[in-house]
Design a protein around this ligand. Structure first.
Ligand SMILES: [Zn+2]
Length: 288
């Protein structure tokens, strides 16, 4: 079955899907194999059904779907999805991590989050099997995002090398494409939304924390503040928290990246935008 990153041996591959609004609900189907299709009055149920079909056909129980055109906005996305923003994540890669310590003061023994900022060590990995244009590796509980040169060239232009990207040393039996690690402090921090119930916790040992919004059927799990967005809005910027930094792009840029089907393993998450009246900089979190 043709998929974006068909050479990757990993689960969690990206599948481009299309959809149609019908009188009785939504029909969703795989672009590369339209015989895999699901129909339901609710978008959520149709997507669940299609994910089950992909799992049966491909054995991929962690499939990621990218919709072309983007899925229709529900009431929630109309309220919190403007301007349309997407964070780029890609596929989880599980290489051997060679670098011993990537963070000042190391990782918290209790929660696995970094005890300080990223140090100057270069990330060195081997036996990646990575053949995608973006992916992430997990160290402790931190996600580190890696991008190919061709993706950064298109997204940012030639001056990306002057920005917050470190070369990754890659070794192993097979020569994989060179990747670059996004480092630094995010331009926009994730924030809370008073309208929704958050999930998250704070480490009683090191004080690091994380939260998101995972009520069922929501396309949006993370928010930034409208007041924090670059003005004028740039086609890409960085978002995250004290543990993670991600690239965020506008809806228009997101479409320009996924439409040509040039880049392998590209997946993204819709990001919510919250206005001042519903903004909570940091929700009250349970200590654990
Ligand atoms: Zn901790």
């Amino acid at each position: 079955m043709p998929i974006l990153n068909k050479e990757s041996p990993f689960e969690g591959q990206t599948y481009i899907c299309s959809w149609r609004k019908q009188r009785t609900g939504y029909e969703i189907f795989l672009e590369s194999n339209p015989s895999l299709r699901a129909h339901s009055p609710s978008w959520f149920e149709a997507e669940e059904e299609l994910l089950n079909l992909i799992c049966k056909e491909n054995g991929d129980g962690e499939a990621k779907i990218v919709y072309l055109p983007p899925r229709p906005d529900g009431e929630f996305e109309l309220k919190y999805g403007f301007p349309a923003l997407y964070t780029i994540s890609g596929i989880r890669a599980e290489p051997d991590i060679v670098t011993a310590n990537l963070f000042v003061n190391g990782l918290c023994y209790k929660c696995g989050n970094p005890m300080g900022p990223r140090n100057s060590s270069i990330l060195s990995i081997k036996n990646t099997g990575i053949k995608t244009d973006c992916c992430f590796v997990v160290i402790g509980r931190t996600f580190i995002y890696l991008f190919s040169e061709s993706l950064l060239n298109l997204l940012i232009g030639r001056h990306w090398k002057k920005m917050n990207f470190n070369s990754v040393v890659m070794s192993g039996k097979r020569k994989d494409a060179q990747l670059y690690e996004l480092v630094g402090k995010p331009e926009c921090e994730f924030v809370g939304c008073s309208f929704l119930k958050h999930s998250g916790w704070e480490c009683a040992e090191c004080g690091s924390s994380g939260f998101g919004y995972y009520e069922s059927n929501l396309e949006i799990n993370k928010f930034v503040a409208y007041a924090d967005l670059p003005n004028p809005l740039s086609q890409y910027f960085t978002v995250g928290d004290s543990n993670t930094i991600k690239i965020c792009v506008t809806g228009k840029t997101w479409l320009s990246l996924i439409r040509p089907s040039v880049f392998k393993g590209l997946s993204g998450n819709r990001l919510g935008v919250v206005s001042d009246d519903e903004l909570i900089r940091k929700p009250q979190l349970l200590l654990r």
